[in-house]
Design a binder for this molecule. Structure first.
Ligand code: BMA
Length: 325
């Protein structure tokens, strides 16, 4: 993929830090009230677009209706978000019902930008849509039956088929959750469902012992697919969401080669610890440049605002390999 970090105001690891990833020092990059109707803007996805970036943003309004909005940026930090939600036309189906939309991911495959999100259809399931220009959008068949969340496409076909990670769930604040992969010849019919990875044993890695879900679109590296994911522990004060990473086999991504035992980022800053849902880091996008060895991770903080963290691609891969479960 072309250098997607070129306009980002990169920051080096802060002096004195040993952490594998570090936060942008002006976080959060998108305020909860960035558009007139919003209560919160978080769990959002960005991609390189034209001479800058485009994105699909989860904006909950002040009635706390969840919907997704297009946005544009020159530098990946300062965003202009549309004030109206995305209005989808029929894509490969006329059945484009949606009670709500949230937690989008975006990736370019072949000739267009594909979007997945959690789509309300008799409960949460995986919605799919596409756009060529972030102006007109088309909605396709839902990928799966309810209940499912965290549908994340791979950025290219694998063995001739589209591939998607997902996390079968329930209709509420699911107290379980493992990551599966499914394949499709046409983005409409999905099958060949395989388990990729399950929660970790409490005594080995408790931050990811209650549920896990895929985050950004996986990145192909020399070691395989780098997958950031969220991991959850159920505490006496509720769920706590942290960020880990795994490396999946390039040709058989249901095979996990490495998986981080320690988290890469966990709630620690005020904007992560307080908000509508405290103690949540929820990554939905990553920009990277292999040549420059740089990565920018976009994550929702406390279900309220959108933030960015940086890391060196090679160091993240080494960290996952050297600290694998
Ligand atoms: C999940 C989803 C996410 C949210 C998270 C933490 O179930 O609803 O959108 O960020 O819970 O509240």
């Amino acid at each position: 993929m072309k250098n997607s970090m070129k306009n980002i105001p990169w920051q080096d690891r802060p002096e004195g830090s040993n952490d594998v990833m570090w936060r942008y020092n002006e976080n959060p990059v998108i305020d909860r009230y960035a558009i007139p109707t919003s209560n919160s803007i978080f769990n959002s996805a960005v991609v390189p677009f034209k001479d800058g970036y485009a994105g699909v943003f989860r904006c909950d309004n002040k009635a706390v209706q969840m919907n997704i909005f297009a946005g544009f940026s020159k530098d990946g930090i300062n965003w202009d978000l549309e004030h109206e939600p995305i209005d989808f036309e029929a894509g490969n189906t006329n059945m484009i019902e949606s009670d709500y939309k949230y937690d989008p991911r975006v990736t370019f495959i072949e000739d267009r930008y594909w979007i997945t999100w959690c789509n309300g259809y008799h409960g949460p399931t995986i919605g799919i849509g596409y756009t060529f220009d972030f102006k007109e959008f088309y909605q396709c068949e839902n990928a799966f039956l309810p209940f499912n969340r965290n549908g994340v496409l791979f950025p290219e076909k694998i063995n001739g088929k589209y591939a998607m990670l997902s996390r079968p769930s329930d209709n509420g604040h699911t107290p379980f959750g493992d990551i599966y992969i499914s394949y499709s010849p046409d983005m409409k019919y999905w099958g060949e469902h395989r388990c990729v990875m399950k929660v970790a044993p409490f005594e080995e890695s408790a931050w990811q012992c209650t549920k896990i879900g895929a985050g950004p679109v996986p990145i192909l590296t020399d070691e395989g697919w780098l997958l950031f994911y969220h991991g959850v522990i159920n505490t006496c004060n509720g769920f706590r969401y942290s960020i880990g990473a795994a490396i999946l086999d390039e040709n058989e991504p249901e095979k996990v080669k490495y998986r981080s035992q320690p988290y890469l980022l966990a709630p620690a800053e005020l904007y992560e610890l307080t908000g509508d849902v405290p103690n949540v880091l929820f990554p939905c996008a990553a920009l990277h440049s292999k040549e420059e060895d740089k990565l920018a991770l976009y994550y929702g903080a406390a279900d309220t605002v959108t933030s960015v963290a940086f890391g060196k691609l090679s160091e993240i891969i080494d960290f996952v390999k050297n600290n694998s479960l």
